[in-house]
Write a protein that binds this ligand. Structure first.
Ligand code: TRP
Ligand code: SF4
Length: 400
């Protein structure tokens, strides 16, 4: 069966905060209702940059899964797993490395960017160069066609598409491809077969991409086809051979509008975060001590919300009436800063209350988390193994 499949990973590099929630997690939570979703802990990816601190990987991984669950990622809707528990990712990474030109990896923009940005780390390793290829293996092994990522990761998805294309080009050729493809067309049934042929001709002769898309939709709905035949028909549309690996699309995640406590982007490296599991007193204190418009030295000095990070939080949490109350009260010195902060404190606390409660359940009984992950890993392994069987076969490693 062919369904839209979403996959995304997160590196376990530390406690998650409201920036992650408003940026990535809310998006995942929405997607889990719409698509078949796979979310995983990219622990091998964490080691590419943090190989010298292995002691933090495992604890961060469990904590991160708890944060996902706390935020509302639902294990009955989405499959949650840990990358290194599905060793097939490593096998696919290795096999793909055989066909990956070094220049492609060296040209991925994050390679040089990260080396410059994280100049305190030694990133001149083989593992770090291979980061995008490992990511390609993560995606291709599930034939995921939609990958939610931030804009910094788009080049990695583009790279993945190129790898898939190269793989299909090299290994999708089989003896008698045309005849097999023609036989598969007949299996579509007379009506669909006719439509398939028309669309294929339109695409091949006139380059109509709309026809190609329509043909893809037709194949996606043809659920009685065996996988091999489906791959042939996808490949046959564009001429060549079988489409063994699926080219994914990036699903661009909008950058989080969540500001940090100092008005900069919320980020661990700026030390301006509200952690998803911070306790309420601590959060209250953090917000009460946030800087405000420096012009408001005394309570009677008027201020300008545009110069105040608290206003950024009102933009996330307040309705129009309250925003007006802030604008007026601030400019006229009608309200004090603590008064202005209180509704934000209340909103953050009430947003986080259900998260803290959900997290507590998992903290009280860690076996719950372990069993969610064990189930997810098992499901992931099954799918990954299906792809690997085919990849091994076309790469001459069948041994049956
Ligand atoms: N590189 C991603 C990041 O830093 C994490 C990641 C690893 C990922 N494998 C993936 C994301 C596969 C999407 C799909 O955010
Ligand atoms: Fe900032 Fe509100 Fe104080 Fe104005 S009143 S400076 S918006 S905290």
């Amino acid at each position: 069966m062919f369904v839209d499949r979403v996959l995304s990973g997160m590196r376990p590099t530390g406690a998650l905060h409201l920036g992650h929630y408003h940026g990535v997690l809310k998006n995942w939570i929405r997607l889990q209702h719409e698509f078949e979703c796979f979310f995983f802990v990219a622990d091998w990816h964490a080691l590419t940059t943090h190989y010298d601190t292995p002691e933090i990987v495992e604890q961060n991984a469990w904590d991160m899964v708890i944060d996902w669950l706390a935020a509302g990622v639902d294990p009955s809707q989405a499959t949650l797993f840990i990358q290194s528990r599905v060793p097939q990712h490593a096998e696919l990474h290795l096999l793909l490395s055989m066909i990956t030109p070094l220049g492609w990896l060296e040209r991925v923009p994050t390679y040089k960017d990260q080396q410059e940005k994280l100049s305190d780390r030694d990133l001149s390793t083989y593992g770090f160069l291979g980061y995008p290829l490992l990511q390609s293996a993560d995606i291709l092994i599930y034939r995921a066609n939609r990958v939610p990522v931030g804009d910094d990761q788009v080049p990695h998805i583009e790279f993945t598409r190129e790898i898939a294309r190269r793989f299909n080009h090299i290994y999708g050729r089989e003896p008698g491809f045309e005849a097999k493809a023609e036989a598969a067309v007949k299996k579509l049934g007379a009506k669909r077969a006719k439509l398939y042929r028309e669309l294929r001709t339109k695409f091949l002769e006139q380059g109509e991409t709309a026809a190609l898309e329509a043909a893809h939709a037709l194949l996606e709905k043809a659920q009685n086809l065996a996988r091999g035949d489906r791959e042939r028909l996808f490949g046959y549309l564009e001429g060549g051979g079988k489409m063994i690996l699926t080219e994914p699309q990036a699903l661009l995640t909008e950058a989080s509008k969540m500001p940090g406590l100092d008005g900069q982007k919320m980020s661990k490296s700026y030390d301006n975060t509200v952690g998803l599991r911070d306790d309420p007193d601590n959060i209250t204190k953090k917000i009460r001590t946030m800087p405000t418009d420096p012009a408001r030295v005394k309570r009677t000095d008027p201020g300008d919300p545009a110069k105040c990070p608290v206003w950024q939080l009102h933009l996330v949490y307040s309705d129009d009436t309250r925003k007006q109350w802030v604008q007026q009260g601030c400019r006229s010195a009608g309200i004090g800063c603590l008064e202005c902060k209180q509704p934000v404190i209340d909103a953050v606390l009430s947003e986080m209350k259900p998260m803290r409660e959900r997290a507590q359940r998992y903290l009280d009984d860690p076996t719950l988390v372990k069993s969610i992950i064990a189930d997810g890993c098992e499901k992931a392994q099954k799918l990954a193994e299906e792809t690997m069987r085919e990849v091994r076969a076309v790469m001459g490693l069948d041994y049956r």
